[in-house]
Design a protein around this ligand. Sequence first.
Ligand code: PHE
Length: 349
Amino acid sequence: MTPEDWKAKLSLTRDSFLSALIKTDSAGIAEFETKYLGRKGELTLLLRDLKDFPIEDRKALGALGNALKTELSAALDARKTETGAGAVNLEKSKFDLTLAGYPFPRGGLHPLTIVADKMYDGFQKLGFSIAEGPLIEEDYFNFEALNFASDHPARDMQDTFYVDLKDSRGKDLLLRTHTSPVQIRTLKNQEPPVRVVSAGRVFRSEAVDASHSFAFHQMEGFYVDKNVSMADLKWTLEAFMKDLFGSSAKISFSPSFFPFVEPGAQVAVSCVFCKGSGAACPVCKGTGWIELLGAGVIHPNVIKACGYDPEKWSGFAFGAGIERFAMLLYGISDMRMLYENDLRILKQL
Ligand code: PHE
C-alpha cells in the first residue's frame, strides 16, 4: 500500500463512519463503536498498518490518523449524548443504589496540630504572621547567632543530635533544639517591624518520661520594632492566655536565663484546674501556677547578628512547648499519650 492509498482509505473510513453514525440509535451505539474504534475496529486496524511504512511517512500519516480518531471519538460522544446512550439505566442496573454505603473511617487532625492551630489563631488575632524553619539546622542559626558562644555551658542545656554532614561554615549540621533559629532566619530576610509565630518539631538528646521526649514541639513568637519592651511582651502574652484559657487567667514572670534574651523570664499561667486554690492540685502541685514558656527581651547581640542596629531596634521573643498546652487543654498527664497513636485515646481528643 502506498501512502496515497492509505490516505484514501482513511478518508473512506471517515465518510462511512459519519454517515452511519447519524443512523445509529442508542441500542446500536456500542456495536458501532466496536466496529470502528474497537480493538479490531476499522480505524484501529488502519492505524496498525502504519508500521509497514518508512519512518517519515509513518510520522505524517500517524498525525492524520490520530487527528481523525480524535474527531470521530468526539462525534461518537456527541451522538451518545443525543440518543441518551450514555445515561445509566436505573431500572436495569445491577446495583442497588438505595443501599447504605460502608462506613468509611475519616481521619482527623492530631491533637498537637489542633492545639498549634489554636495557638496560631490566638496570635494571628494579635497581628502575628506565620513563618517556618528547617528541622535540620546549622550551628550558626541554632546557637551562634543566638548568642551562644561555642564554649558556652548553656549549649549543654540543649544537648542535641548531630548529623554526619557539614554545613556551609564547615560545622556539623544538627537537629534544631528549639524554634528560636526561626528568629534569625526571619529577621535576616525581613526588615522590622516583624511580628511572627512559628510552630514545629524540635529535638533534644533527652530520656523519655511523662514530661520529656527526644522530639517535641514548640511555638516561637517574636516582635521586633522600635521601642519594644518587656511591657509589650507581658501584655501580648496576657492577652493570648486570656483568649486561650479564659478571662480569669493570670500570668506571672520570674527571672530566668537564655543567652538570646536579656532580661529573660520564665512565664507561668494561673492553674486552670484549681484556679490557684487547691493545695493538693496534681497539675500545679498546689503552687497555683503552671510554667508554660521561656521569654524575654531579645539580646542586642542577636539584633546585631541579624544585621540591625540594637540602638534603634528592639524586640521580645518567647518559646512555648506545644505539648504542655495540649496537656493542659485536654487534661492529659503523660505526654507520651500524644505520640503513641492509640486510636482509643486520639478519638477522645
Ligand atoms: N528557645 C528557648 C528554649 O527552647 C525558649 C525561649 C524562646 C526563651 C524565646 C526565650 C525566648 O528553651
